[in-house]
Design a protein around this ligand. Structure first.
Ligand code: HEC
Length: 172
């Protein structure tokens, strides 16, 4: 039996389309903005003990955090909506907390941000990141979620959510 070329091409295209349609559902499997309350509570305690002294007990950061001080060091930035913590993926936030800012800084850069790898477990670092995220409005949680490899399933976002005005993500 001879199968016409057009039919083979159509079958191939059909299969490619089916995979393309299924992909987002596979990639975005654990969707939504739900955070584990037990993890958030553990992170709240870690934050109070290890982060609040510099980043503020209300995550407000230190004054004039956008400019280096007279000593040449940047002050601690806020972790709330006014800062830029929400513009980093989970993996970047983990790296920044575990090993300070050096992976992202120019050679020779000096920072007051401590490396917590020897002090906190990976689990505690993930907990504190979950706590920080839990304080953000849904719009920031949504933006930050897009930066992670697992992405986000937009249909799981709360009704009426919007990206923040400063958001640089223009996808849909
Ligand atoms: C001794 C003060 C100090 C403590 C304690 C501290 N930080 Fe920082 N942190 C800083 C400073 C200063 C910066 C800015 C670093 C720079 O740009 O040089 C910073 C930057 C960061 C950043 C990257 C910037 C951002 O907001 O996106 C993250 C993430 C961060 N800190 C998380 C934490 C976490 C989580 C804790 C607690 C486990 C913590 N820090 C404790 C001083 C501190």
């Amino acid at each position: 039996m001879k199968i016409p070329l057009g039919q083979i091409v159509a079958l191939g295209l059909g299969a490619a389309l089916a995979v393309a349609i299924a992909m987002p559902f596979i990639r975005h499997a654990p969707a939504g903005l739900r955070l584990d309350p037990v993890q958030v509570e553990s992170g709240r305690q870690v934050y109070g003990q290890y982060c609040a002294s510099c980043h503020g007990s209300h995550l407000e950061g230190q004054a004039n955090w956008e400019r280096p001080g007279a000593d040449g060091y940047f002050p601690a930035p806020p972790h709330d909506a006014s800062g830029h913590t929400w513009q980093h993926s989970d993996a970047q936030l983990h790296e920044l907390t575990a090993h300070s800012v050096y992976a992202y800084a120019a050679p020779g850069y000096r920072s007051r941000m401590p490396a917590f790898a020897g002090t906190l477990s990976d689990r505690q670092i993930d907990d504190v990141i979950a706590y920080i995220k839990s304080t953000w409005p849904a719009s920031l949680q949504a933006y930050q979620r897009v930066l992670n490899p697992a992405g986000i399933d937009f249909k799981d976002l709360p009704p009426g959510w919007k990206f923040p005005p400063t958001c640089r993500f223009h996808g849909s």
